[in-house]
Design a protein around this ligand. Structure first.
Ligand code: FES
Ligand code: FES
Length: 187
């Protein structure tokens, strides 16, 4: 079969015009209708801090924040981001200065290979955006959707617990909140 015949038979890829805010920056893109958010972030925007494990919603490695909520980005289509605000792990540190939560992970030895870390970091950050003040057991429940092969979880819980303890007010508002009225950003 010639390549010309193959391309003639291949179904046309449906593209969807999508405008979203990623880490505070507006992004306009034509995204394949079946592309999931994790691949959009990694392959189209170069934001490879979002890791992909199972692509079935089971491992939580791919967790990002969408409109303030922790979302498994392999289970959401990129075109569904239209009009929404996404925050990824790249948005935590400021230059070379680690975010307080990342610093807590570092100091509490809450990672080994680190592959799962973005999932934990964004899950905990979403809790802070929602004004939660979780205790140790609640933290365990909240991070249960993120799998780690290395740490045994105790140090992860300790790091998150410490970060919330260091911020007794609990809330750390989303710096890029959801755009509830898309027309509000126009003009
Ligand atoms: S890659 Fe998304 S949950 Fe595993
Ligand atoms: S630190 Fe290796 S998977 Fe969690």
């Amino acid at each position: 079969m010639t390549s010309a015949m193959r391309s003639a038979e291949a179904p046309a890829e449906v593209l969807v015009e999508t405008t979203t805010t990623v880490n505070g920056r507006e992004v306009r893109a034509s995204v394949p209708a079946r592309l999931h958010v994790a691949d959009f972030l990694r392959q189209h925007l170069g934001l490879t801090g979002t890791h992909v494990g199972c692509e079935q919603g089971a491992c939580g490695m791919c967790t990002v924040i969408v409109d303030g909520e922790a979302v498994k980005s392999c289970l959401m289509l990129a075109c569904q981001l239209d009009g929404r605000s996404v925050r990824t792990v790249e948005d935590l540190a400021e230059g070379d200065e680690l975010h307080g939560l990342q610093q807590a992970f570092k100091e509490e030895h809450a990672l080994q290979c680190g592959f799962c870390s973005p999932g934990f970091l964004m899950t905990a950050t979403a809790l802070a955006h929602q004004g939660c003040r979780p205790g140790r057991e609640e933290i365990r429940e909240e991070i249960a959707g993120v799998l780690c092969r290395c740490t045994g979880y105790d140090n992860v819980v300790t790091a998150i617990e410490r970060w919330f303890a260091e911020h007794p007010q609990g809330a750390a508002p989303d710096p890029h909140p959801a755009v509830t009225d898309p027309t509000a950003t126009q003009g």
